[in-house]
Design a protein around this ligand. Structure first.
Ligand code: FAD
Length: 301
């Protein structure tokens, strides 16, 4: 079996940027991806310098094309299902859902995160008219009648204040969760209405929100909005490989992608199990790749 210097799990901006950097450092790398990047639902990605407004798949295609220039790199559309360490030789065995196995010296976890929504119906609108990141999509929704859908006080306050910068026409929906009078009063002074009733249904066409119906039957017109989902890591590779995790579920690192487990590195949103951006994830990947390359260099020199 061929031995790789590094296997990168996940070809989002974090994994792709790391792979490019490692390829340029003459490392033999295999990168695996199963197409479950959470931004695949959106029409355009914004804020990545030189690529503002690009489609997520086009972004990925350009990055993958760039990897082709480096012969020591390979890309596979496979799902990694298991990573095991051989304690005798410190190498890792990576198994995929195609029943293939690969051996590597280092592992970079760049598998991103996923969202969980308070209402399953939000999925139909997510990425088209409902979003979770105002920096990513606030500009496109500017000055529109928007909904803020969130359930916890601190989430409601944070998202509402933030989005107020892009549109003053806001209505908050807490979906059955009470909101303190203090918060309500501060919103009322800005003419922001609050509905604490449970949401019965979202209405719209082809992912474009038109109204939000409450349990009482009241239907409130809104043409888009921002929601606060819960985020989670969709695998336990880090825990299985004995990486230390903090009280918030974030993987502990040295700030340069090295986890507490020898040979395991991490980059992108999966590190903190929280959202960031294409630019930040790509920067994380670059940083982790430099750590991986340096560690291999020092081991072998
Ligand atoms: C609707 C929406 C709109 C967004 N808009 C913007 C925007 O405009 N601008 C911006 O900067 N950011 C935007 N983002 C956020 C951006 O998508 C993320 O910050 C970024 O993609 C995180 O990069 P990542 O490399 O950490 O993870 P991801 O991009 O999620 O990549 C992780 C990759 O790992 C792969 N993977 C996971 N598990 C496995 C496995 N077991 N085996 C093989 N492969 C695996 C997945 O297929 C995926 O491709 C948006 C997100 C969403 C949901």
């Amino acid at each position: 079996m061929n031995k790789y210097d590094c296997i990168v799990i996940g070809a989002g901006p974090a994994g792709l940027s790391a792979t490019l950097t490692l390829g340029r450092a003459r490392r033999k790398v295999a990168i695996f991806d199963n197409g479950t990047n959470r931004n695949r639902v959106t029409q355009e990605s914004h804020g990545f310098l030189t690529r503002d407004g690009i489609k997520p798949q086009e972004f990925k295609n350009i990055a993958m094309k760039e990897l082709e220039a480096y012969p020591s790199l390979s890309i596979s559309n496979e799902t990694v299902i298991e990573v095991n360490k051989n304690v005798h030789n410190n190498l890792f065995l990576v198994n995929t859902s195609n029943n293939k196995s690969y051996i590597t010296e280092k592992i970079l976890l760049a598998t991103g995160i996923q969202e969980e929504f308070p209402l399953t119906q939000i999925r139909q609108y997510y990425g088209k008219s409902l979003f979770s990141c105002p920096y990513c999509d606030g500009w496109e929704l500017r000055d529109k009648p928007l909904a803020i859908i969130a359930e916890k006080d601190e989430h409601i306050v944070h998202m509402t204040k933030l989005v107020f910068n892009w549109s003053k026409d806001l209505i908050v929906f807490s979906n059955g969760h009470p909101l303190s009078n203090k918060v309500r009063n501060s919103f009322e002074s800005k003419k922001i209405k609050v509905y604490t009733e449970v949401i019965k249904s979202l209405h719209g066409d082809n992912g474009y929100l038109e109204s939000i119906e409450l349990e009482s039957g009241e239907n409130i017109l809104r043409s888009g909005g921002f929601i606060v989902p819960s985020f989670y890591r969709q695998n336990k590779f880090a825990e299985q490989l004995n990486c230390k995790v903090d009280e918030n579920g974030g993987i502990i690192t040295d700030g340069a992608g090295r986890t507490t487990a020898n040979g395991i590195y991490i980059a992108g949103e999966t590190e903190k199990a929280g959202p960031s951006s294409l630019m930040l994830a790509a920067a994380d990947g670059y940083k982790a790749a430099a750590s991986i390359n340096l560690d291999i260099t020092l081991d072998r020199f």
